[in-house]
Design a protein around this ligand. Sequence first.
Ligand code: AMP
Length: 414
Amino acid sequence: MASKFQAPRGTFDVLPAAARQRAAVEATARAIFARAGYESIQTPSFEDTDLFERGVGRSTDIVRKEMFTFEDKGERSLTLRPEGTAPICRAYLEHGMHKLAQPVKLSYVGPFFRHERPQAGRYRQFHQLGLECIGTDSPLADAEAIMLLSDLLGELGVPGVELRIGSLGSFAARQDYLEVLKAHLRKHEGDLSSDVRERIDVNPLRAFDADDPGTQGVMASAPTIVDHLEGEDAEHFDEVKALLEAAGIDYVVDKTLVRGLDYYTRTIFSFVCDALGAQSEIGGGGRYDGLIEQLGGPATPAVGWAAGIERILLALDEEIEAEGRDAFVAIADPDQRQRAMALTVEMRHAGLAAEVDLAGRGLKGQLKHADRIGARHVVILEADGTAQLRDMQTGEQRPADTANLVDEMTGGEA
Ligand code: AMP
């Protein structure tokens, strides 16, 4: 009977078949991170609310509408983390990592929380894997970050991926551009959505992301920041592009690219996969040279990205078969239960994948079950203490000496 309880709206259970796919994606990512020297970091699932307000930005949708914020018993305001970069920067400062040799290269995998309207590819608890390269403004770091996400999607075989890149310029340079953009928005105020109109002063860049036709019309003729890049900002962007070209990575420059977090400066990028429909972004990120200072640390340039594991899985739409077992120990007589347990444990300690009947099935039922779980061998413990070894592929069955069984099945290597 189904229970009256269900997983909360926007969340889901990961059942074993799906867990296999996830594990494979995570293993590929971890191997790529390790090969490039991005060591793993884990931060708590919740942080001070202020960290995200300051880090992600008060004018962003994430902070304005999407945070799971609660008060703890000590009346502290806490928030389930909506993203990973601000917490990692907090940890970087808290643990004095700015005193280590720079850059500090970190990677992570874990759950994140946003109170969004659920739909395919958009959940309230979702999982990201990502990396951060903190403590260098070199364009090589931007290019390396992009290449690693490109490698990951390539190695996993995600089809139809397009890389879009842009640059927001440095924070200072951006201020001039933002005035030009605000003037453009004000000139066409009447055609903008109310949401965009209200945020002309606090977050004009988000107008590029709007989905209402009125705002989109206004933005089609808007000045772009990429066209306004000058000096070192322009050189930085050119070098990132040259490095990608040298590495044979295809990209398109998207002059209207913006991201939902306030902390980005200079390079931003997004990997999209059209097969995903409305939520087409698989992963993205960029440079955030001002964030660590914003959090109270020394001026520290950094770059990073995050990719959504659920989106990767949706795009792959692949099934991974369960691994079979080496052996199933069948109990033909209840008196053999202790022996069966001992033999199963012995096999496991020798590195074999072995199961024993836990359900009190009859022998026929046990053989059927062994077949269902893909056991290659079944050891049948008979009432008189003898044993039979059955090869499930050939159906061949022969008497077996349980004292030597593990040796026999591991080819004497155990
Ligand atoms: P962001 O942290 O907003 O830059 O998002 C990085 C990646 O996380 C996106 O490209 C998505 O793949 C994934 N993502 C963000 N929000 C959600 C969500 N609500 N549900 C599922 N995946 C998400």
